[in-house]
Design a binder for this molecule. Structure first.
Ligand code: ADP
Ligand code: ZN
Length: 302
């Protein structure tokens, strides 16, 4: 057993909350899934499981939470630790950390699910030593977290990479070619999140054949987003995770299109012969978010 502190980790998603108890990536003692229903019900079930774990394994020293957002990350704000203006029904202005603090009386680390994932990939996964590092998930939504100058990027809010504006995919053969985001006319999430793909092409993303024209379009949109991120943040590596990115043909196409969109402007090795080390899949598979939440808990102790 390592000497690392025992931490409770919570990855809050729009479909499910995944909870875990452990000391590090190689020492997870238990995990548990709670469906995302109403905030009260979901957080109660999470707390009940954590109480049960405390009973079985002894007290944990901190809790780390990485959740869908937007969230308030400003410790000076009255709504610090809240999920704020989310379009998810019933979850607007939800205080996530007070119920946890009240019940368990330990420090609570709090960040976005994608910042948590970026942190875990930096510490233990495919982004080790890479600063700046960007982690993007393409799943039910699209989101991105950023590790830069030795910390997770916050700011007036936090990165909202899923809503970067991109040109509409040209010559789309989709029946519903419009961007599906309720807020924007032409953003990444509106074209390439799982539900947007299903709506555009009339079939669930996982059912589309490998040679379907959808993948060319998705790669094109993603490459525009990565071009914008490359030009603004100058990352050393970009990690692409989430259900949609499980399609193995996507990353090679995205790499090719990124080089072609940049059109020779940035002649660094990462955008030429080292592109395979620049755009990569997660090193921690689908565990980046939960492990990152554990890391947030660890950081809350410092
Ligand atoms: P979440 O974003 O809810 O955490 P996922 O990252 O698993 O969960 O994303 C779920 C979305 O990814 C769904 O819209 C689903 O259609 C899509 N998806 C899941 N698996 C695949 C796959 N193998 N290929 C393409 N799309 C997939
Ligand atoms: Zn949008």
């Amino acid at each position: 057993m390592s000497t690392q502190p025992l931490i409770a980790a919570i990855e809050g998603g729009g479909t499910k909350f995944v909870c875990g108890l452990g000391r590090g990536p190689d020492e997870m003692l238990a995990t548990h899934r709670v469906e995302t229903t109403t905030p009260d019900e979901t957080l109660d079930l999470v707390c009940d499981w954590l109480s049960q774990m405390k009973h079985q394994h002894g007290p944990f020293e901190a809790i780390g939470v990485g959740t869908f957002g937007p969230v308030d990350l400003d410790p000076q704000s009255e709504t610090y630790g809240y999920i704020t203006s989310t379009p998810k029904p019933g979850w607007q202005q939800t205080d996530v950390i007070t119920p946890l603090k009240d019940r368990f009386k330990v420090p609570v680390g709090f960040d976005t699910d994608v910042n948590a994932a970026a942190l875990a990939e930096f510490l233990w996964g495919a982004g080790q030593g890479m600063d700046p590092l960007i982690y993007i998930t393409v799943g039910t939504g699209v989101g991105g977290g950023v590790w830069v100058n030795g910390q997770l990027l916050h700011g007036a809010l936090h990165p909202e990479i899923g809503h970067l504006a991109v040109p509409p995919p040209l010559n789309s053969l989709a029946v519903n070619p419009d961007c599906q985001c309720p807020f924007h006319k032409s953003c990444v999430e509106g074209y390439v999140c799982g539900p947007a793909i299903a709506k555009r092409w009339g079939v669930r993303a996982e059912m589309l054949p490998v040679d379907h024209p959808a993948w060319e379009e998705i790669a094109d949109v993603m490459a525009h987003a990565l071009m914008n991120l490359t030009l603004t943040l100058s990352p050393k590596r970009i990690i692409l995770g989430g259900g949609v990115m499980a399609q193995p043909q996507l990353i090679p196409r995205i790499r090719g299109k990124l080089i072609s969109h940049l059109n020779g402007y940035l002649l660094i090795p990462q955008l030429q012969r080292e592109i395979e080390q620049y755009i990569v899949p997660p090193g921690l598979g689908s565990h980046s978010g939960l492990l990152g939440s554990l890391a947030l808990g660890r950081m809350a102790l410092q």
